[in-house]
Design a protein. Sequence first.
Length: 131
Amino acid sequence: PSPLERRTMFTFKSALLFWLLASSVPLLTSLAYFRASPVTDSLAQRISVSLHGVTVSALCIAAVLVGMVGTPRPAFGEPFRLLLFVPIALSVYSLWRFQGNKAIHLLQGVNLLWLALAFFFGGMSMKMMKI
């Protein structure tokens, strides 16, 4: 490969690595919820109120991986969009059932931002649209 192609490949790989690492940010929200949950709550309860960030990260990583592999499947677009409701439902559940300090709910803004990015990037990667 020419130097330009090598630089382009490096840039592409760097961008993918960046987005894969950045997609793990909502995991920190889940970790914060889990740690802020009262230890008197059952382990199942603590996990259930902190799953929202895990699902957001999974959706973001899936979108990046589909884009990285470069094999769009437009048929997966609708199921992907439907899966975006899972973290929304888990966030609502968390708002309702979380027993710790309620100020932690401000972290839901991070999840909403990343969920919007998952919707945007997921839609592009499923259809392989170019910006």
